[in-house]
Design a protein around this ligand. Sequence first.
Ligand code: NAP
Ligand code: MG
Length: 499
Amino acid sequence: MTDWIAAAAALRPETRLFIDGAFTPAADGATFDTIAPRDGSLFAEVSAAGDEDIDRAVRGAATAFESGVWSRADRRTRQRVLLRLSELMLENLDELALLESIDSGHPIGDSRNVDVPNAARTIRWYAEALDKIYDEIAPTPESALALVTREPLGVVAAVVPWNYPLIITAWKIAPALAAGNSVVLKPAELTSLSALKLAGLAAEAGLPAGVLQVVPGIGRVAGQALGRHPRVDKIAFTGSPAVGRGFLTYAGESNGKQVSLELGGKSAQLVLADVEDLDACASAVAWGIFYNAGQTCHGGSRLVVDARVHDELVEKVIAVGASLVLGDPLDESTQIGTIASAVQLERVLSYTAVAQSEGVTVSGGERIRPTGLAEGYYVEPTVFDHVDNTGRIGQEEIFGPALSVTTVDGPEEGVRVANESAYGLAASVWTSDLRTAHRVARDLRAGTVWVNTFDVADVITPFGGVKQSGSGRDRSLHAFDSYTSLKTTWIDLGRGSRY
Ligand code: NAP
Ligand code: MG
């Protein structure tokens, strides 16, 4: 078994900005600290891009785009480079996984078995797809020929969060690069290191300089500068609703750039009285909220359950939660790691008092201090029972390992309560009746609905939300819509005699 703690101590991660094919400090020398949530220690000081760096990165990306070195490269060239990047990610699995676990607090087992392979597969999938997509010919009159072709947009800025750094990055950069765009990536402050490693691997794979710039920095500085830059053609954002709406303002006040937003949710797991297998259901409900310590945008944070199965199900969910191994992300036996930062820890814990003030029954809800890791950001699996869905516990995205439980009477009330949310990212329904399953799935207002399961997905299906969960879709061939524009070329073929 690898000694991940020793491996972490020996790591010398790249911490500088990656612009035009080279690692470089910020122009003004600024840095920010990156803290390891497993024990609250300082792990690295990362260069913080300022306005000047962002301007250089965007201009470099635009120059690369206009040169055609990538945007007009043969599709097979783009394919070869991206396939090589995917391979290199797997060749560097341990280092990428370790960086991810140190930075985000994901258990090393998840980083090695889920995050890095999933991100690598996403890049491979878009690389494989890019020469299998055909353009269109419009049904014109005989006297014309109209081609409808897809073209890359230009410079895409991806601004991403810290909860699944590599996976969410891959969801954005893979289709964007496959389509021929240049990308400027701003990782989250909390989790920049795996993105910088990725930048080096992309260069090694043969991605030309300027095509992928990685600019860690402070959101309101570096993120805002990207949002307002006149040479950025598109913002692809995942994160909080407030910042997401900020990007719409930046776009509106600058060049009207396109913005796609993925803004999290308060996803309902609706369990009806005719659920077939209550044990399987309890396991899915518990993992649906406790995985990654609840820091999942589509996490199933609301259990909406028929009164007839409420008591038995809640008891089972609490038991599953108690059985999960919570602890050091660098221990291979750990199933649930940390909250990503001290700020998020405070935020998550503050909801225990909110629950008490709302008369909710609280199970858990406390910080844990494992031996030797007392300063780490650990929170026990939490169940808030007897929640009025219209209160703060029922409505606000806690982004921690906290499940809100509301009891309903039958599918009709279940659907109404499940939909009683400003968000609409995902939902599930548990029933043994096929008609009910289809009808409820239709009526749930969410970008993804699971039936008798939760959180199974793959790059092959689109992912995104309705209502305040955002717009646009990551994953699947539909993601190309976000990174391409349609061009019409109308050709006159003449009239009268045929030649
Ligand atoms: P956030 O601030 O929205 O962060 C997302 C990204 O936006 C980061 O790269 C961030 O940079 C950047 N950013 C922050 N402020 C910005 C600004 N004023 N202008 C431009 N870019 C900016 O998310 P958070 O504050 O870390 O998390 C807060 C809450 O958001 C969580 O509790 C959770 O509810 C939600 N969230 C949702 C998702 C999701 O997957 N949908 C992911 C993470 C968080 P910095 O890293 O420098 O702040
Ligand atoms: Mg923030």
